[in-house]
Design a protein around this ligand. Sequence first.
Ligand code: ADP
Length: 440
Amino acid sequence: MGRVRVLLVAAEAFPLVKVGGLGDVVGALPKALKPLGVEATVLIPWHRGLEARRVGEVAFPFEGREEVAPLGERVEGGVRFLLLSLPDFAHGGVYGVEDGRRYVRFALAASRLEGFHLLHAHDWHAALLPLLTPTPVVYTIHNLAHQGLLAPEDFFRWTGLPKSLFHMEALEFYGRVNLMKGGIVFAQRVTTVSPSYAEEIQTPAFGEGLDGVLRKHAHKLRGILNGLDTEVWNPAQDPHLPAPYSPEDPRGKEEAKARLRALTGLKPPILAAISRLDRQKGLDLVLEALPRLLELGFSLYVQGVGEEALERALQEAMEAHPGRVHFHGAYDEARAHLAYAGADAFLMPSRFEPCGLGQMIAQRYGTPPVVRAVGGLKDTVEDGVTGVQFTLPHPEGLLYGVLRLFRLGPEALGLRGMAKDFSWEGPARAYLQVYREALG
Ligand code: ADP
């Protein structure tokens, strides 16, 4: 096959606009595909405030009328980004304002771009593409929890698609249109972000109501792990650390530990969690285990923003246990780098985890993670080798994991974790394989 031209379609893409892991993947994958002979372009909405050069326009039908969307272009780090200008994206953020309508409009316009052999659609925002274009589509699920549910009257009025699609084997989902379901049913191939999560979402416990659909289409479902941007996450050249270190010469890690202790006043050993404060991430389990962890001599560092009740509880824990609990309630890139490097162990007790980046970053920084044995955590942490897995979604499970890690010796596990390959190279080859399958 000659050079394959792929258009990645998503709501966000690093470095232009990033809300979460989706943005990281969409920004990083094109760079990793290039050496494999794939020319990947990224298409996102022209979100408010983004700078780009206007290069043309796209005509598309919406609500029975022909509309025209200006098209912008920007090249960053060798990757070509296209931006579609639609009125509904001129205000509000990436998510949150009448998302159903504006992302359906985005997908309708996106389907009119020409010159690509393959489309790679990400999450529900782009899930409609296989229904709109004859070009083969690979559809990637980053978060099954957000599915894009719409009233059928709205959906069929906006798109003009035939109402015959409103049945159980197509778009219908308990009386509403489910865009995620459409992506799964109609794409040539479906991927999600870890092999274990690909299995789990076919069960009622993790399937968010779509497990039956996923079982039915399991023959075209693949799990491909996310990679890390190993330039951003590299302890050997990290401007946020007091000294560089590497698996060959790990001495600089001691300086990071000393810096984190000085900054927080925490007494070692320090257990760290850096995470959105969301039920998914299981930080409530950490709080429940806290009294025992403190008795056993551990200190706790938590960095994150999110649910108010959790923020409050963490703030109170810090006030009640100075020198033993530190809560940094902010999104702080620099501090995250230091905490990954300066902690003695990393906690990630997620209830579910499609892939997860924190546990990979921690290993790369020589900080062994204690993780719940789910999804991408199960696939990226070698139990008893580079970290510890526990099964029970309960404070006792977490405690058991921490104790086991410290019996095994966190330094030895940390060193082995640092030597692991978390780059995009392997994942990019796996995507190429799926692209080839989709192209037939
Ligand atoms: P998710 O995408 O579900 O939030 P991931 O583990 O895949 O979880 O990715 C989370 C990323 O966001 C990690 O790189 C983590 O370091 C980062 N992160 C989360 N909270 C913060 C914070 N408060 N400050 C800095 N980085 C954070």
